[in-house]
Write a protein that binds this ligand. Structure first.
Ligand code: GTP
Ligand code: ZN
Length: 501
């Protein structure tokens, strides 16, 4: 059809353009012919009309997500032999590692004539659950800006079970999503500190706890390296934390104490571990992934041992603590989910010492302190006189100032107020896309307006039309790349840690 536009120089109608755009996932190549026709058509009037149609059709690109509706969490699509449902465990550049959770059945074969039947029956002898696939993301998902995150449950298609490759075709709806690091479907956050090396600081711990609470995901607090302090110090911290509203766990990767309880808490969940650099996050993950410690609580299959072709049995990099600062040297880089021997996944994060609190507002801050939550609960049905009380000792406020972290609360409130006022002043009513965030000292993010180049110069219509055509060509190229050419090279495989099979 589109080839005939090219040959006979006819102008496709708007509805034809729309139709073609809606077929973007499978037949985008056709569009190339229209754009070529638009460029090569010598009749100016026809060319203008065609460009106008393309322009309007571009509007309908907004409907593209309908091409690939997001899957409900409990959706169990009928899977073909070369499809599977799995979880993304790491992402690097264009490649993602996916662990197969439910493979397709050979009874639903994409290939009704079954000329691969012999091969398939041979494959079936090998278990597919737990197999790690190196995947690319289908181009259409990128075009409709559907991000695939580590932790996402995904539908993988075009699987080559021998080479362990596939293509992520769709994403299931997420239960949760955290930004820093970007991980989906996180069930649990583990805030890890050490009492010594680096020495614990109550204010820094408060920032980490507030940041963790701001995600709305359940939080567990644990202290590592507890063999470095005496019983008295440990007890003092335990009591202190209880008054803050937390029940801390104490452990030591060095002596292996407390690891069994941690393993029990982490089982069957996806946990992200956060904490300052050098507290032993990577060391803890390594210890929990191996069966070196004696676990008296958890029994059962070590299913992660089934995972083949994996770098998971390599250890996380453990860094040295800097002699000068007593802190770790930021050794953890890419986020990946690591299966624990007792079940569940754990994601390491790069150690940083100053959570940005970018998502915390002055109104949400009070709810992130268990002490304030408790005081408000205890006072019910009386509440503060104002719904959005900031608890600064106003008359009628039920939150008093006689608790240990009140000065920290005030300090954080000031910091957030300054940030919010700055944003209001400098950014005003700008849309989110017009704001960019710069990471400054100590990892504190600052918002600033995104400057638009040549803002006041009107773009010529010719340029607009040309850019649309270029965009469509890119889309076309991407589509081909995603479906056909994007085969991981040996270097890519190495980059993502997939060993040669
Ligand atoms: N004494 C003692 N040292 C420990 C313990 N656990 C870990 N370490 C040491 O602490 C140092 C830092 O450990 P890492 O696991 O790299 O710390 P991290 O939190 O992952 O650091 P980043 O990657 O920078 O965020 C290493 O030298 C570990 O050997 C422990 O229980 N006791
Ligand atoms: Zn109040």
């Amino acid at each position: 059809m589109s080839i005939s536009f090219f040959r006979h120089r006819t102008t496709p109608s708007l509805s034809t353009c729309n139709n073609l755009l809606h077929q973007v996932s499978t037949r985008f190549t056709r569009f190339r012919f229209i754009s070529m026709a638009a460029r090569q058509d010598s009749n100016v009037q026809r060319r203008t009309q065609l460009n106008k149609n393309l322009l309007k059709a571009r509007e309908s690109v907004k409907d593209l997500p309908s091409l690939s509706p997001i899957l409900a969490p409990d959706n169990r699509p009928l899977l073909m032999q070369n499809q599977a449902i799995g979880m993304v465990t790491s992402a690097q550049a264009n490649f993602m590692r996916v662990i197969v959770e439910s493979p397709g059945s050979s009874t639903v074969s994409e290939n009704p004539r079954g000329f691969k039947a012999r091969l398939e029956s041979k494959e079936e002898e090998e278990p597919k659950v737990g197999v790690e696939l190196l995947c690319v993301v289908k181009a259409v998902l990128k075009k409709i800006k559907r991000r695939v995150l580590v932790g996402d449950k995904v539908l993988v298609g075009a699987i080559d079970w021998i080479d362990r490759r596939g293509m992520i075709e769709n994403v299931f709806q997420r239960n949760s999503e955290i930004m820093d690091p970007p991980v989906a479907n996180v069930d649990h956050l583990l805030v890890l500190f050490s009492l010594e090396q680096p020495k614990i600081e109550a204010y820094s711990l408060t920032r980490f706890l507030v940041e963790a609470e701001s995600t709305g995901i359940p939080v567990t607090l644990a202290f590592n390296k507890c063999e470095l302090v005496d019983e008295e110090t440990r007890l003092a911290w335990k009591e202190k934390l209880q008054s803050w509203g937390y029940k801390p766990l104490f452990c030591s990767v060095e002596t292996k104490s407390g690891l069994g309880s941690l393993e029990f808490i982490l089982r069957e969940q996806t946990t992200v571990i956060v904490g300052p650099s050098g507290v032993g996050k990577s060391s803890l993950i390594n210890a929990l992934r191996s069966n070196q410690h004696v676990s008296d609580v958890v029994e059962g299959d070590n299913w992660s041992a089934n995972i083949e072709g994996s770098k998971w049995l390599d250890d996380q990099r453990v860094g040295e603590v800097s002699v000068r600062s007593g802190r770790g040297k930021h050794t953890t880089r890419h986020v990946s989910l690591l299966p624990l021997s007792g079940g569940g996944y754990l994601a390491d994060t790069p150690g940083f010492n100053q959570p940005s609190l970018m998502k915390v507002t002055k109104i949400s801050l009070p709810q992130l302190f268990p002490e304030i939550r408790k005081m408000i609960r205890a006072s019910e049905p009386t509440k503060c006189s104002f719904n959005d009380c900031l608890h600064l000792g106003e008359p009628g406020c039920v939150v008093k100032g006689d608790w240990e972290r009140y000065p920290y609360y005030l300090q954080l409130l000031d910091e957030i107020k300054v940030r919010e006022e700055f944003q209001l002043r400098t950014i005003g009513t700008k849309r989110e896309g017009d704001v960019r965030y710069k990471v400054g000292d100590m990892g504190v993010k600052q918002a600033e307006p995104r400057l638009e180049l040549k803002k006041h110069r009107r773009q010529s219509r010719k340029r607009i039309n040309q850019s649309i055509l270029d965009e469509l060509d890119d889309l076309d190229d991407d589509e081909n790349l995603g479906d056909v050419e994007e085969v991981p090279t040996e270097d890519d495989k190495r980059a993502i840690g997939l060993k040669n099979q």
